[in-house]
Design a protein around this ligand. Structure first.
Ligand code: HEC
Length: 206
């Protein structure tokens, strides 16, 4: 047996060294992260959505979990937002209760775009529009109570104050004509206030 043992080839040495380096790096990174997180009272991700549920909203929350919505959606730490479907946290700041109810009961008429899943005969969410109207109303109420703070990705207006991230994105990605055609509403408190008012008004319409 022992005479069959061969010394490592140079290629193998390199391969094992690289693989070993990855393992060492992963272990060090893990330890550093643990120490860093244990000593920091800042959460890794800031939560910018919240909910305070009415009685009907609580019923809706339960129905949301029990009616299969979480196979495709996510709200209040339940469900998934993998793939093409929507994370519904904060949706109450974008859509009104009336919009939500209209969409759930008659998706084709009220979505304003082609639907993939919710229309009759479409894949697996066609059943939603067939659910009892009062259940759908409770769910719509629940969803309308999922609120996002200004600056959350589901909010209609950008964060307060300066954002180096947004600045660099606009700088890099916005086409030149945009800069001539549109104004950055963050530069002008009055425009920002009006945008806020408009977004709030739109919420009140179905
Ligand atoms: C099979 C996956 C699936 C299931 C199950 C499902 N949905 Fe959806 N939902 C979607 C998709 C996809 C969209 C985007 C519209 C479309 O293509 O139908 C959507 C859109 C929505 C929207 C609109 C979001 C927006 O702002 O545009 C709401 C509200 C919603 N779903 C609520 C529900 C509720 C409540 C349930 C459970 C009773 C549910 N969905 C079950 C896939 C699903």
């Amino acid at each position: 047996m022992s005479q069959n043992k061969q010394p490592l080839k140079p290629g193998e040495k390199i391969l094992f060294t690289v693989a070993g380096a990855f393992v060492v790096f992963a272990v060090i990174a893990f330890i550093v992260m643990q120490i860093f997180m244990a000593n920091s009272d800042k959460p890794l991700f800031e939560t910018k959505t919240h909910a305070s549920l009415s009685a009907e909203g609580q019923l809706g929350s339960r129905l949301f979990r029990e009616s299969g919505c979480t196979t495709c959606h996510r709200a209040l730490r339940n469900g998934t937002n993998m793939g093409r479907t929507a994370d519904l946290d904060g949706i109450g700041s974008r859509r009104s209760l009336d919009w939500m109810y209209a969409f759930l009961t008659e998706p084709v008429k009220n979505y304003g775009a082609q639907t993939i899943d919710h229309a009759p005969g479409q894949r697996s969410a066609a059943y939603v529009a067939q659910m009892p109207k009062k259940d759908l109303h409770a769910i719509a109420t629940f969803l309308s109570e999922l609120i996002s703070e200004q600056g959350s990705s589901s909010a209609a207006i950008p964060p307060k104050g300066d954002s180096p991230f947004i600045d660099s994105m606009v700088e890099t990605w916005a086409p030149k004509e945009w800069k001539e055609k549109y104004r950055d509403i963050r530069d002008d408190p009055e425009t920002l206030r009006q945008a806020n008012e408009k977004a709030t008004k739109e919420l009140q319409q179905p």
